[in-house]
Write a protein that binds this ligand. Structure first.
Ligand code: PLP
Length: 425
């Protein structure tokens, strides 16, 4: 078995829509390192797209899941529940930002969590409209696609999308969109497209993930909160990529002090086991009738066991603080690289360990360099470094290492990055 033959088989057996970023077929993984079927080792700066924040196979998460597997793997939490689901819900409703009493539901994927937020918001408010942001990413199911603000590859050819969804610009200082511009667009929407009394919710990623790792300023989040309160609109925070210590706080909303009405959680929640949640203000969460929410696998026992272990690891290993240290260490290296290649690296930014480097031509923010970005991901993989890209212009390298990664590995990864970039420029 080798990578090339497996990739050939994948191309025959898989539809191309479920593509391959790096044809390295993984045999085993530990913390922030992967080994493929040919024995080649990689440093993983993607963490399975922000999922294994506690590292691959964290011993505590592994032990919790193994112990659960010995007992049972599935009963369906809506049929015959189990204590771990209740315990995880209790912990998440306390951990979520803000002091209002909260409740939770469990589902299986991020997109499902997003869809359920919309269902709950509509059931509570009796209103249809949902406002989302350009460049936002909320998943690949039909409603989540409708909310997503990037056409290729997520929406192209897949319409029609659900109605009553509207998009406004996300504030993005580097690209010349101010907070005032975004707020003005919202007000214009209320004037031209939908009256605020017909809007159920505004959904926002506190830091856009797939869209390019742009953080909404705290003052913008606060302004959104005020606007929502003024019009009886619910504020939904999609924390699927930002959650579980990634940005230096357990949830990114904590940076602004804003309490969302509803929030999504997935990815980092359970160290790689497919579980997701909606957590929100209790009265809102209780709007749908019994049986209106849920799913066969929502809140699987393995996911709940892993989720409880992940929360313990985050606390015991101080991973919020570690996210900030990792962010500072990587940004220091990227800034040095920007000094070396000022015309190529247009911008370096981070919130905790959600770190990005934007590649441009001739230092011009309006001339995105998607080609070098793509080539860098490929070259880095050849050199044993897994990188992810993102951005509506496909010109951002995002760094999402496990928060358990050590300093030596960060240094080695940054050396590999520099070596890869050197060979392309
Ligand atoms: C912010 C955000 N929302 C929703 C999703 C969709 O999650 P999933 O792929 O688990 O459906 C993602 C996935 O990347 C995401 O980053």
């Amino acid at each position: 078995m080798n990578n090339a033959s497996l990739q050939q088989r994948k191309e025959v057996a898989f539809a191309r829509g479920q593509g391959t970023l790096t044809a390295a077929y993984i045999d085993r993984a530990r913390n922030a390192e992967l080994w493929d079927v040919e024995g080649k080792r990689y440093i993983d700066l993607g963490a399975g797209i922000a999922v294994v924040n506690t590292g691959h196979n964290h011993p505590k998460v592994q032990a919790a899941v193994q112990a659960q597997l010995e007992r049972f793997s599935h009963t369906c939490v809506m049929v015959t529940p189990y204590a771990s689901a209740v315990e995880l819900a209790e912990k998440l409703i306390v951990a979520a930002p803000g002091n209002s009493p909260k409740k939770a539901i469990f589902v299986t994927t991020g997109a499902e969590a997003v869809e359920n937020c919309v269902k709950i918001a509509r059931a509570h408010t009796g209103r249809p409209g949902i406002i989302a942001f350009n460049g936002g990413f909320h998943g690949r199911t039909n409603l989540a696609m409708g909310l997503t603000g990037k056409v290729a590859p997520y929406k192209a050819g897949f319409g029609p999308f659900p109605g009553e969804i509207f998009h406004v610009p996300y504030p993005n200082a580097y690209h010349g969109v101010s907070e005032a511009d975004s707020l003005a667009a919202l007000n214009m929407l209320f004037t031209c497209d939908i009256e605020p009394t017909r809007v159920a919710a505004i959904i926002i990623e506190p830091v856009q993930g797939e869209g390019g790792f742009y953080a909404a300023p705290a003052s913008f989040m606060q302004a959104l909160r005020a606007l929502c309160d003024q019009h009886g609109i619910l504020l939904i925070a999609d924390e699927i990529q930002t959650g579980f210590a990634r940005t230096g706080k357990l949830f990114a909303c904590e940076h602004s002090g804003v309490e969302p009405d509803l929030m999504t959680m997935a990815k980092g929640i359970a160290g790689g086991f497919p579980i997701a949640a909606v957590v929100g203000k209790a009265a809102i969460m209780d709007a749908p009738q019994p049986g209106g929410l849920g799913g066969t696998y929502g809140g699987s026992p393995l996911g709940c066991a892993a989720g409880l272990a992940v929360l313990e690891v985050i606390e015991e290993e101080n991973l919020c603080q570690r996210a900030n240290e990792i962010g500072a260490a990587i940004v220091a290296r990227l800034t040095a690289l920007q000094t070396k290649y000022p015309h190529k690296i247009g911008n370096v930014r981070n919130l905790g360990a959600m770190i990005a480097m934007e590649l441009v031509n001739d230092g011009d923010v309006n001339r995105p360099d998607a080609a070098t970005t793509k080539a860098l991901v490929a070259e880095a993989a050849k050199n044993g470094l897994i990188l992810l890209s993102c951005g509506i212009r496909s010109n951002v390298i995002r760094f999402l290492p496990a928060l358990t990664i050590g300093d030596a590995l960060i240094g080695e990864a940054m050396d590999l990055l520099e070596q890869s970039l050197d060979s392309l420029i």
